[in-house]
Structure formats: structure tokens, C-alpha cells
Design a protein around this ligand. Structure first.
Ligand SMILES: [Zn+2]
Length: 357
């Protein structure tokens, strides 16, 4: 029996790669923009939702990143950041996500003179409020925060220290993001070495717009725990029966380095031609540590359940595969091992067991 979208919403899901500034409700953007005096392409929330999806469909990462000017513009005060984070937790929980790591770049939220610490406090508080409301509504969720530094900027050390400073109040990891070409992760080596000395976790956006050298640097120079996308690792796999893995692809698979794949987003930025052509099919068959993610729910008009439904349609996946993706994500989470295990054993496995039989 085919799995429907409605069925997928009901099962527990885990999400590792979701941007706070890429997941706002269009109606919230309209309200916050009015408060902030920020001009939008339209103030009709439905039309605005469509505008974001269309602008993101252009096929280039640079153009895709432009849409963030509007979301970031309305996230410049404590109350606005708190509201956006609260709604994010609620929206993910309503979609059946039981564990999420949501990332954002504090340095982009300083236009109204907030300090970096105030920005983080507002977001973490919003996630806590949203999680409490979700639990009351019968859809419990745990949300961890990842702090992102922008790869073209020079604040990565400062942001890494900020993340470590807030590690006991909800920040679970660090990331770098932004246009890949011309801004290799090795520019931020000091920050990554600092994080390693602090026994902290980090992921790096690599192998999305740019290929193998970016993935190689992220892992072998910077020491990334996970790869944000990492989809271009397929460039190191020679098709055949069986396919042949190059040294880097073999290393990524041997070390179980998680790939934070984001199917719809990868298609929109041109990293994959279509969902059916997405390397996730091959990478799953080869048993890489594949996880499924949303990236930017607003820009891609998507959700965790929708991403999984697209994969079910394209690759004929059943509950077994969806459970595998979910457990992969939970195993790769940045929260402590015992807490990961508890979610796997007490939440994920019992729910899927009923469906798999
Ligand atoms: Zn991303």
C-alpha cells in the first residue's frame, strides 16, 4: 500500500538542517515587516509565499540567497526573533518532527543594535516557548540551536566562541554557510580548531554548489562532524555494477560522516536535476549515512513530511527506508549519546514498528 503524505505527518521525524530565516510563516513576515517599516514585494501573505517559492526556483545559489534579505530584515529585534523561533518549533512539531536542529547566523541580526548574546538568548527562548506549547498540544519536540557564521565574513571565531558560551542553554553546534565558490572553509580554520579544543560539534555547508575540494577541506582540514548537503560526493563515485568509490567518498562512508541532504533545495539550486535524479537514491543504496532535511521550508515551500513524500514517490521508499533516514538523523544529532538513544528507542522505533510490523 502506498504511503500517503498524511501518514508521513503522523510518524516521528528528525531534522538536522533547517534555517530559521528560511522557515518563517508568510503572514508573520507581513506583520513583522509592518512593525519594522520594511518594504516587501507584496503584503498579501499568500502572494508573498508564492513570491518566495518563485524567486527560489531560479536555479542559482546566489539568487536563492537573495530571498533572505526580506526574512532577515524582519528579524532584528528580540521580540521578532523570539516569535519566529517559537513559531518554527510549533510548525515543525505540527509536522511530526520530534527532534530538530535549527540554525541561524547571529551576525545577521545586529541592525537594531542587539548584541550577539541577546540575539542568541531571544532565539533560544523562542524555541523553549514553542516546544512547551507543542508539548501541551500533544506534539512534543526537542529543538537544538546551531549557530552559523557566514563564510564570506570574518566573524567565525567570534561566533564559535558565542556558540560555546551558550552550549548549556540550548546551542548544540556550529556551522558555516553562504556562497561556497571563492570562500573555502579553510578561511575559518582558527574557529574550527578552537571548537575542536572545546570538544564542541560542528557541521559545514560543503559540496552543494561546489564540488569535491570543498568536501575534502571541510573534513580533512577543518574536521567537520557532518556535511551540510555534501551531495557532490557523488562526483567521487564511478557508476557501474557495483559503483566504485574514490578515496574521499570511501572515507566519508567508512567514517559514517552524515550527509545532510535537502532534496527540494538541492534541485532548486541546481545541485541535482530533479528529485528522481537526486543522488540520494544512489547514496542510500551504497549505505552512506544519509539524512533527509528541509533546508529552507519557506523558499522551497516544503516540510519534513513533504520531503519524505517526494522521496516515496520518486524512489518507492516504504516505512523501513523512512525509519532508516530518521534513525540516521538521530544518530548524527549533536545532543549527547544517551539522549539520542532515548529518542530512538522510546519514540522513533515504537512508532515505526507498528507500521513495519
Ligand atoms: Zn543550508
Amino acid at each position: 500500500m502506498a504511503i500517503s503524505y498524511e501518514d508521513i505527518v503522523k510518524v516521528p521525524k528528525a531534522l538536522l538542517h533547517d534555517h530559521l530565516d528560511g522557515g518563517l510563516r508568510p503572514a508573520t513576515i507581513v506583520e513583522l515587516a509592518a512593525d519594522a517599516g520594511h518594504e516587501l514585494p507584496t503584503t498579501d501573505s499568500e502572494a508573498l509565499g508564492r513570491w518566495f517559492a518563485e524567486a527560489a526556483n531560479s536555479g542559482s545559489l546566489e539568487r536563492y540567497l537573495e530571498t533572505f534579505a526580506h526574512t532577515v530584515a524582519v528579524m532584528q529585534t528580540g521580540p521578532a526573533l523570539r516569535r519566529v523561533a517559537r513559531e518554527c518549533a510549533l510548525d515543525l512539531a505540527a509536522d511530526g518532527v520530534v527532534y530538530a536542529e535549527v540554525r541561524f547566523a547571529p551576525e545577521q541580526h545586529l541592525e537594531q543594535n542587539l548584541t550577539l548574546d541577546e540575539v542568541v538568548d531571544a532565539v533560544v527562548t523562542g524555541f523553549r516557548e514553542g516546544s512547551a506549547l507543542a508539548a501541551e498540544a500533544g506534539t512534543p519536540i526537542r529543538v537544538g540551536t546551531l549557530l552559523t557564521a557566514m563564510r564570506h565574513a570574518a566573524r567565525s571565531q567570534e561566533i564559535a566562541e558565542l556558540a560555546v558560551r551558550h552550549r548549556d542553554t540550548g546551542v548544540v553546534g556550529f556551522d558555516i554557510a553562504g556562497a561556497e565558490a571563492g570562500f573555502p572553509p579553510t578561511r575559518h580554520l582558527d574557529a574550527f580548531e578552537y571548537l575542536q579544543r572545546e570538544n564542541f560539534h560542528f557541521t559545514i555547508h560543503a559540496g552543494e554548489a561546489f564540488g569535491l575540494p570543498s568536501i575534502w577541506q571541510a573534513i580533512q582540514w577543518c574536521g567537520a562532524d557532518r556535511l551540510g548537503h555534501g551531495v557532490r560526493i557523488v562526483d567521487d563515485i564511478t557508476p557501474g555494477n557495483p559503483p566504485v568509490l574514490g578515496r574521499l567518498a570511501a572515507y566519508v562512508r567508512d567514517k559514517r560522516i552524515p550527509l545532510e541532504l535537502c532534496p527540494s533545495s538541492n534541485v532548486q539550486t541546481g545541485a541535482a536535476a530533479s528529485i528522481a535524479d537526486h543522488p540520494i537514491g544512489l547514496l542510500r543504496d551504497l549505505r552512506f549515512r544519509v539524512t533527509v532535511n528541509t533546508d529552507n521550508r519557506l523558499m522551497s515551500g516544503t516540510s519534513m513530511s513533504r520531503e519524505m513524500a517526494l522521496l516515496v514517490d520518486a524512489f518507492g521508499y516504504g516505512w523501513k527506508e523512512l525509519q532508516w533516514f530518521t534513525i540516521n538523523a538521530m544518530k548524527s544529532a549533536f545532543i549527547p549519546f544517551d539522549e539520542r538513544l532515548k529518542i530512538i528507542d522510546e519514540v522513533i522505533k515504537p512508532a515505526y514498528a507498528k507500521l513495519i510490523g
